[in-house]
Write a protein that binds this ligand. Sequence first.
Ligand code: TMP
Length: 220
Amino acid sequence: MLIVVGARFPRPVRVKVMKRKKAFFITVEGLEGSGKSSVIKFLNRFLKTKNFSVKVYREPGSTRIGEKIRRILLDKQNKKLSAHTELLLYLAARTQLIEEKLTKDLKNYDFVICDRFFDSTLVYQGYALGLGRIVNQAVRIFSLGVKPDLTFYLDVSAKTGLSRLGQRDRIESRPLAFHRKLRQGFLKLSRKNRKRIKVIDAGGSLEDIYKQTRRILEKY
Ligand code: TMP
């Protein structure tokens, strides 16, 4: 057996905060069927008509590797995927996106919009799957210092959201109680982060959702 004298465990990780960020970083969160994609299209159009440069991503995904990870995560056949493996895969897809694209884009674009980001991990894996504190730490470390400036949480009841879906993937197929817990988790998280996370009532028409989103954005 080889014993290296004087070898040490690495010191606890210090999370770096990104410097020289130009872009305003917006994330959109919500339950399945809450209307995130439509809101993101609206935000993209709205900001571009004001002559801002905008980049849009989705999580997990938006890189070749991230899209492959997404397929594993959402594949209904993967019944044996454990909760911790699921967590690690979401984090892996995120670090890939940050290191491959986001860091650069946050320096070059006016706005970067992401369909889900670390709040989803906190709520889905941390709160609803019950992995708890380990998720907070892992999220802090593997977000590599990147944090949204503004987050829209589109609030709908689990039933309403699920009723808007077609074919369901692995996560969407979880029982109604899981989706209800997600909503609880998002609302709790929004209350804890009032400044950053804005709750949009997404139970009504798309027009109404756009109006609420636009009103908040214009304040910024
Ligand atoms: P989407 O279908 O809204 O694009 O998101 C993919 C699925 O992954 C959705 O069911 C939410 C879930 N998810 C997590 O469980 N944890 C995460 O960290 C992220 C980003 C998504």
